[in-house]
Design a protein around this ligand. Structure first.
Ligand SMILES: Cc1cc2nc3c(=O)[nH]c(=O)nc-3n(C[C@H](O)[C@H](O)[C@H](O)COP(=O)(O)O)c2cc1C
Length: 137
């Protein structure tokens, strides 16, 4: 089982509708490809984990990197894991502009990663929601 984690910067002006479209496509494709993971966004950045069969994860990441709805994709980790850390494919996002709700995003992400076995991975996702509150205002 292969797992990657990357971070990227959302295209300025990205809307909730854009994110909903990403979510709909991702749910369908990832179910087809046997990919699980977690995508979170505060409206400024994305943080995503993808895991599954190596070829499927790499093909998905190639499509994601070419997507104009974000830029500056940086791979934080790529490794093999003995078993899935994320049983589901989910997205959590904290809203955009005036509707941002940082406390709700933190609570949601904390609950979504509660079952993730690797504590560094849990800390990365929980930490993302807290860092972005300070720097993305
Ligand atoms: C931040 C971000 C995360 C994405 N995550 C996924 C994903 O997990 N799976 C996926 O298939 N596409 C994902 N996409 C969409 C892909 O970039 C691409 O648009 C899509 O895979 C194309 O699918 P299609 O060929 O079925 O239209 C993501 C895009 C962005 C901007």
């Amino acid at each position: 089982m292969h797992q990657i984690i990357y971070i990227s910067t959302a295209r300025p002006g990205i809307t909730v509708t854009d994110v909903e479209a990403i979510l709909a496509t991702s749910r369908a494709n990832n179910r087809r490809d046997g990919i699980t993971g977690l995508l979170i966004s505060d409206g400024v950045r994305f943080l995503q984990a993808l895991e599954g069969e190596t070829g499927k994860v790499e093909a998905t990441f190639q499509r994601i990197k070419a997507d104009p709805r974000h830029r500056a994709t940086v791979l934080l980790s790529g490794k093999s894991v003995a078993e899935r850390q994320f049983g589901m494919w989910e997205m959590a996002f904290g809203g955009f502009g005036k509707v941002r709700d940082d406390a709700a995003l933190m609570a949601l992400v904390d609950s979504l990663v509660a079952e993730v076995r690797d504590s560094n991975t849990r800390a990365l996702f929980s930490g993302f929601t807290r860092i972005s509150r300070k720097t993305a205002a």
